[in-house]
Design a protein. Structure first.
Lengths: 301, 387
């Protein structure tokens, strides 16, 4: 699907309260284009709950149920069951949560819904922080990144949510990135066509959270993929297929770019470069990334 | 009409299924387990045609109730103690979202130490969530109240969730004969659910987004008005039930031998039922004493209690305590009288941790008050020494 052929309908309508350059808004635009109007969305506490705009207005043109932070997947289970009971099983139920609501506080409800084979699409837009509450760490925050709660840089590595999801053996899971809207669209379309639980995680570089200029969101996502900090893939019935640049990196047809090129453009890693270059921590990040790809090659090639 | 001899939990399961909810999400906890097992069994027999969702926690049970109710169907669940506490955030959410969810809570002690017997601290600590709260004193009352609660919750003048509380083991696991109407009669009484609003792809509305103080305040005021409306509707629905099925458990309170009484005992739940035996015995002794069993803690029966307070001195037994203050019913009874009646009110904390409160105990409490030996507020039968 070429970008010029994406449906012209917009369910992301004017009035959004997002920051300029917001990746979540970019992702949601594509989400709605792919899923269409016969969609009900469940939104936990996260930036999307702000992006929606203020009562009595809304910037979404599908029905939306807001729910508590940890509750997206459980709330969606209820919506989905009720629709089916009313003979409306054809409506797509989508939960749209942040990485905090997915990796941390909401992981229990998510795991439960996946195990129950709830027929819905769970979307995590991953900006690697709690941005709604002002840039605190999450389980998705990478090693050494500054947040307001990891002031000297995070001392742990991020979780591999993708592998946690794969352990649930659901019919469809995928990783995408806002910088590749056609790929995102295609993955959403596929998710919509499959019955049962679907999980889609979207890399979402956040200008105020990562400390880069608002015009650079797309570049920052592309760099995340090209440096191997993020991987694009699909997992259908336990078969994992990498795509885009990630496929080339996996097959070692190209080398991933050094992570340093990506992080040096983000203020959240500023302390690794100023006043003195922190060679040790930068090497730790590179080595860890190599280890991840080694594991991917062992598992998925 | 048939007679079913069964425990409070199985009776509640029967009532829930006869109300025809479309979705029942639930998570087990002693002593609620047989309630949800009962419903799961009706799935197998085909009597329950809705969906039973085996969620992974009580928090998710209430979230799924919220999702299902918002999507336009009747929902039911049950829990107890720690399960109710885990739901706390979502109890507020359900009420603020104005969703007519009906839930049974089996009143059980909170840990530590682990204790599965009965007291009311679990539900009393949810009193500010906006839920209507009933306290039952027999299995028949459980059955009748579950059905009536759907009618109450779904009334557009109410649109608030309802919690039906009953005591662990004393009711949840004790068999009693219960009259069960025919399904058709229940269907006549409780019509098909027509939601006032729902998530609808043909009318895309965003529910629960950011709201400014001026609009939020309106929601709170409307909830308060709705609880006031419930005060009128609870008696109306109870009377309609009585007309149809001949059974009646009282309105917001159930009065028993209050005529001519100079002392009136107030209590909730099973202690309320046990008290009837005590009242009979004390009346035989010549004491002019009556009972007002409080059926609804929310809405609180202020007017009914003021009426009683103008007639008699009041004795309140609480199977709960707001630590640092006093028994919750005791506090609220006094607040109902404030400035309008200077009748004496005596409070007793009894039966915490599931200690038995027998009719003998209740008689002892009443005699102590009538003989002028009671303090304003005391712990009955405390065995720990000290004060
Ligand atoms: C139970 C609970 N704890 C904490 C919060 C505060 N809170 C709201 S949103 C949020 C962070 C959300 O992070 P994420 O899910 O990554 O979404 P983002 O804000 O990044 O879009 C937190 C901590 C809350 N709403 N509820
Ligand atoms: S903080 Fe980031 S994710 Fe949140 S609205 Fe702003 S740009 Fe979007
Ligand atoms: Mg986030």
């Amino acid at each position: 699907m070429a970008i010029k052929n994406l449906p012209v309908e917009e369910c992301m309508i004017p009035g959004s309260a997002a920051c300029p350059g917001c990746p979540a808004t970019m992702a949601l635009r594509i989400v709605f284009k792919a899923l269409g109007k016969n969609t009900i969305m469940v939104v936990p506490a996260c930036c999307t709950a702000v992006i929606e705009s203020l009562y009595p207005n809304t910037s979404f043109d599908v029905p939306v149920m807001n729910i508590a932070f940890e509750a997206a997947a459980a709330g969606a289970s209820g919506v989905e069951a009720a629709l089916r009971q009313q003979g409306k099983g054809d409506t797509t139920v989508v939960a749209g949560a942040g990485d905090g609501g997915t990796y941390d506080i909401g992981i229990q409800a998510l795991s439960g819904a996946l195990e129950r084979q709830t027929n819905f699409i769970y979307i995590c837009y991953n900006n690697q922080i709690y941005s709604n509450t002002g840039i605190q760490r999450s389980g998705a925050t990478p090693y050494a990144a500054w947040t307001t709660t990891t002031v000297g840089g995070k001392t742990e590595f991020r979780k591999e949510m993708g592998e946690i999801i794969q352990a649930h053996h659901i019919p469809y899971a995928a990783q995408a990135c806002v910088s590749y809207p056609e790929d995102l669209y295609n993955k959403l379309k596929k998710a919509k066509s499959i019955k049962g639980p679907k999980y889609l995680e979207i890399m979402a570089p956040c200008p105020p959270g990562w400390r880069f200029g608002m015009e650079k969101t797309v570049d920052m996502g592309i760099m995340a993929v090209e440096t191997g900090a993020w991987a694009l893939y699909e997992c259908e019935n336990d078969v994992v297929t990498f795509n885009g640049k990630s496929k080339l990196i996996l097959e070692e047809k190209i080398q991933r770019k050094p992570i340093e090129e990506w992080i040096k453009q983000q203020g959240r890693f500023g302390h690794l470069f100023k006043p003195k270059k922190d060679v040790t921590r930068i090497k730790t990040i590179e080595d860890h990334t190599d280890q991840i790809w080694k594991r991917y090659r062992k598992k998925y090639l | 009409m048939t007679v079913m001899i069964d425990t409070g939990n199985y009776i509640a399961a029967k009532a829930a299924v006869m109300a025809r909810p479309a979705v029942v999400p639930a998570y087990p906890i002693t002593p609620q387990t047989t309630l949800v097992e009962g419903i799961a069994n009706y799935v197998k027999t085909g009597e329950f045609k809705g969906e039973y969702i085996c969620v992974e926690s009580e928090h998710s049970a209430m979230c799924a109730c919220i999702g299902a109710s918002a999507a336009g169907v009747r929902t039911f669940t049950g829990t107890s103690s720690h399960g109710l506490l885990l739901m706390h955030e979502m109890l507020h959410w359900a009420a603020l979202a104005r969703l007519p969810i009906v839930m049974c809570n089996i009143n059980r002690v909170i840990g530590p130490g682990w204790n599965i017997w009965t007291d009311e601290n679990d539900s009393i600590s949810q009193r500010d969530t906006g839920w209507i709260q009933f306290y039952c004193s027999s299995n028949q009352e459980i059955f009748d109240t579950v059905i009536q609660s759907f009618k109450l919750a779904e009334n557009k003048k109410v649109l608030l969730p309802v919690m039906i509380n009953y005591n662990a083991f004393i009711l949840s696991h004790t068999s009693m004969p219960v009259y069960i109407p025919e399904q058709k009669e229940i269907d006549d009484f409780l019509q098909k659910y027509k939601p006032q609003w729902k998530l609808d792809v043909n009318n895309p509305i965003t529910f629960g987004n950011i709201i400014l103080p001026v609009d939020y305040e309106k929601i709170r005021k409307d909830m308060q008005n709705s609880q006031e409306n419930a005060k009128k509707l609870i008696p109306e629905i109870a009377k309609e039930w009585k007309k149809k099925f001949g059974r009646y458990h009282g309105d917001l309170i159930e009065e028993y031998k209050c005529d001519g009484a100079d002392h009136i005992l107030l209590a909730m739940g099973a202690i309320g039922a046990e008290s009837k035996v005590s009242i009979n015995n004390l009346r035989k002794e010549g004491l002019k004493i009556g009972l007002a069993r409080v059926r609804t803690f929310r809405p609180f029966p202020n007017e009914e209690i003021l009426k009683l307070g103008k007639q008699a001195d009041l004795i309140v037994i609480d199977r709960n305590i707001s630590i640092g203050s006093e028994g919750a019913l005791f506090s609220e009874v006094k607040a109902s009288l404030y400035g309008k009646s200077d009748t004496k009110v005596h409070g007793f904390i009894a039966g915490l941790g599931g200690k038995d409160v027998t009719y003998n105990d209740i008689e002892t409490i009443c005699r102590k008050v009538v003989e002028g030996k009671a303090k304003d507020c005391e712990w009955y039968g405390f065995e720990g020494g000290g004060k």
